[in-house]
Design a protein. Structure first.
Lengths: 266, 266, 266, 266
């Protein structure tokens, strides 16, 4: 069923550790950070989306083949336990992104295995958690992700994330943030990888109520809509041979050398 | 010693399997494909570069820490044996690129572990090895990589590589090729990752004398020059904390939670 | 009324000279080329769009302030009479694009005054009208403009447009074409200027029935949808002064010097 | 004579009005702002460049055909008198950029006729001249324009320039600035137009000694080097017809229709 004629299937993934371990985080996010993110998406997308959640401590982190196969857009928040995410699950999510699933990576998700794998860089940055004010400025007013939010969005208290942010140059730079300490950050970036679209958005932290901020919630909902799959069916880019004059029937690859020498490819 | 005041250290890496296993390849490339690539770079860069070679069957594939530490630009040709390249060596090369070493990836190197890791995508394409003529058109005449070559470069016989080439949108698209069968390919692309510059150039194949083509050699030499490190010293982007008002003294990261809960990051 | 809740207002602008002067063009396009383009958009967008046409020989070329003010997306086809388009009308269209109106520029519209003004370059290319076959390859499968069309789109007979196409590097490269003569062309390109989105699509010519081609029509309809305004109201970017701490109330500009010396700006 | 074997011919263009009209500007810049900019370039490029100046009040603003023909890179500072720059001179500079001459546009030059013409947008921004501190952060450490300067560059007092800056998305975003008031600005941007390279760099103002700042001077010198022409000879992109199979001999264009109907192009 094409996405346009049914609700978008959105899965909000949350690490859900700070909420269990730290009282002040639990107080700010009684339904978990994933609960707040889910509520923000539901409040904006309404009946056009079905939003579920999954967390680290579920079997396979709640990201089984079956769950991912029916997910149109996945949002990702992780921080303290990136290292606990199973590599096999990361491979699975990676393949689904290249097949067309949208991915919205939030805040400290910059250092998640899945984002690092998709970017190919260290994804490091400078940081400080000291109640900086963050201002989020729109630098691409034609982008649908900016709809309905002012420029700047004012976030009274936030962790500082600053440049140099070691990512590939984004396909589209949507937001740039400043912090009261004077740092800047490319806080809203889009990337296209394989058949999938990726939106990275940095506002959001366990120590501050950023996922209750109405404009932050609007941006995340916009990002989810934007990242919806473009293809009507999942398709992984594949290496195939094509005969001269036949543009549509690719052949399975048989290897670079004859069978006994074979090690590789085309 | 800054690169500008000494010769550029270039390392031409070749898989060197087809040359050993296939008579017709040995005939076309009596010094190996890496030998031809090296000669092309030397003929254009002269005394401004020192060019060495390394191959798969050397210990650590000839890519030890010591060798890589003194390499400014690495060129990479592999095909039949991508799978035999040791993952630890791939990690090492990856880190060196992010530290600033230039990387020129040639032809079937599109499916090498190092290129796939840097791109984050499948790097697949369509192909056919049937004596297509390739025309390489310049689409960015301001780019130094295009210096001294006509548009188009005519390559009488080549393997066809066609779209969809599953790479991130390049930072700069320099060349687009057509093939006599009608396919097109983004054949000259630049990417920046971490502190390193990457140039992918698709012309070149074991079955055809493409690395003896004067314009192909010129482009590769131009690419090597362009990919030279920008920083005077190698530096891996690193996650660091900065106090308010101190922009230059980053602190080592101590973890996201107190010691007993610690699993991750910022 | 926000665009999402009412039909998109689309205006198809046609030069309409070849159709009057050349019998074979009239035979191919009995309703004019603009008529064929309009029909293609209507057949795909249905009730979600209201499509009108305007032509060069109407007063103000059919592009009055009133007409443009209610246009969401304008498509532009011109060729033989670019020079007859009134500069004041070009200024008006230019301002509307910067305010947010979408613009879809077709084929020989590459040399229209409005496209050249928006690009800032010569917009020249190489060409030949000799019945080349054109193949239009998708290089960005995540882009909504590619929906529902095969890769490649095969156009049996077309004018050749080849590189170097003197445009700024597009924000998104969507299609690359090859021609039977061996030339290549960046045939589908997006650009963002001010608050407006621009899609250039090269297939289409007066001498061939390209605007009756089902896939070409689909791409143009997709392009119109994509170019719809993002802002809920037209807004021209304006130079304004802002007091410290007030991010939302810009002041009218009074000039760089006191009144007697005044010549310029901020 | 190819640029590499002779000094680069650099022309520093200055409006030179504030210096004549305002005592405090004359005190800060006794040799004019153009004099300070020239000194900064000379101090870094030494014998590899010959640097001249030209100003608004000279005949043809000092930008005759002869002067421009021998200029490799032009830098542009204007502010109060953009409107006085003769349109014919703007056309001449525009053509020279498309032919390959480099252009470095400084600070308030964002609203110069030449920059607006090359960008195709309004080039407007938000501003405030109130002694903000500006921090200039590197976001592309592989770019040669960033060589030798810290990140951030600290400018104690500056005019604030803030987003939204209405320019096309730059080909490369090199620097992002923050201001003490919280605004951000894409302060170092590159663009390629025709055969020419353009660098926009926003630091610099008549009211503050920014062009005496050693790091600002270094960036401008780096920008001049980067913008040097890539082609060995000036060449304006031109619309030409090519016969099938002849890729190198373009024919002069004869018009779209026969002589009596002719108005346009290909």
């Amino acid at each position: 069923m094409p996405a346009a004629t049914r609700p978008l299937n959105v899965l909000v993934w949350g690490e859900n550790r700070h909420e269990q371990l730290e009282e002040h985080v639990r107080a700010t996010y009684p339904d978990g950070m994933h609960g707040a993110i889910r509520a923000g998406i539901e409040e904006h997308l309404g009946e056009t989306a079905t939003v579920r959640t999954a967390t680290l401590d579920e079997p396979e982190h709640g990201l089984t083949e079956e769950v991912l196969a029916r997910t149109d857009v996945l949002t990702w928040w992780g921080h303290a336990a990136h290292g606990e995410v199973d590599d096999a699950v990361v491979e699975r999510v990676h393949r689904r992104v290249l097949e067309g699933m949208g991915l919205v990576v939030l805040h400290s998700g910059h250092w998640s295995k899945i984002f690092v794998k998709l970017m190919g860089t260290t994804c490091t940055l400078r940081w400080r958690s000291e109640h900086d004010r963050e201002l989020v400025w729109t630098v691409n007013p034609t982008h649908p992700i900016t709809r309905g939010v002012p420029s700047p969005i004012e976030i009274p208290e936030q962790e500082m994330y600053g440049e140099y942010f070691d990512i590939p140059a984004p396909d589209e730079l949507v937001f740039i943030s400043s912090f009261s300490g004077g740092e800047v950050f490319r806080s809203g970036c889009t990337f296209r990888r394989g058949n999938g679209k990726i939106f990275y958005f940095s506002p959001g932290d366990q120590d501050f109520p950023v996922y209750h901020h109405p404009h932050v919630r609007r941006v995340i909902a916009n990002g989810v809509e934007w990242a919806a799959p473009n293809l009507s069916e999942a398709a992984l880019p594949t290496l195939l041979r094509y005969e001269t004059g036949d543009f549509f029937t690719g052949h399975g690859y048989q290897g670079a050398l004859d069978a006994e020498h074979r090690g590789g490819q085309a």
